[in-house]
Design a protein around this ligand. Structure first.
Ligand SMILES: [Zn+2]
Length: 103
């Protein structure tokens, strides 16, 4: 996965198009992510003892990684992520706009 937890991403598709948020969870097997404040869904819940209140709660639903772009922390542009190998053989992510290493 090119996007990781704590990355800032820009939503490029769907109802939250144009919004930015921080990645809170990543589900690599589904290629989905939970982004702070993005893709809220309403859930109708029933009370479960004293733990949960009945009613409608709003929560973030995972969105597919293809619906977001990584925002480069260096040049602040939504970017495609490239990979580069450092001299020590370590694989790092690079910004295709400014060429900076993101990791
Ligand atoms: Zn950049």
């Amino acid at each position: 996965m090119k996007i990781r937890k704590n990355d800032t991403v820009l939503v490029v598709a769907g109802k939250d198009k144009g919004k930015k948020g921080k990645v809170r969870f990543v589900y690599p097997e589904d290629e989905r992510l939970i982004v702070d404040g993005i893709n809220f869904i309403k859930r109708h819940t029933r009370a479960q003892g004293t733990v949960r209140q009945a009613g409608i709660i709003e929560m973030e639903a995972p969105i597919h990684v293809s619906n977001v772009k990584l925002l480069c922390s260096k040049c602040n542009h939504p970017t495609c992520v490239g990979f580069r190998f450092l001299a020590d053989g370590k694989k790092v992510r690079v910004c295709r706009s400014c060429g900076e290493v993101i990791d």
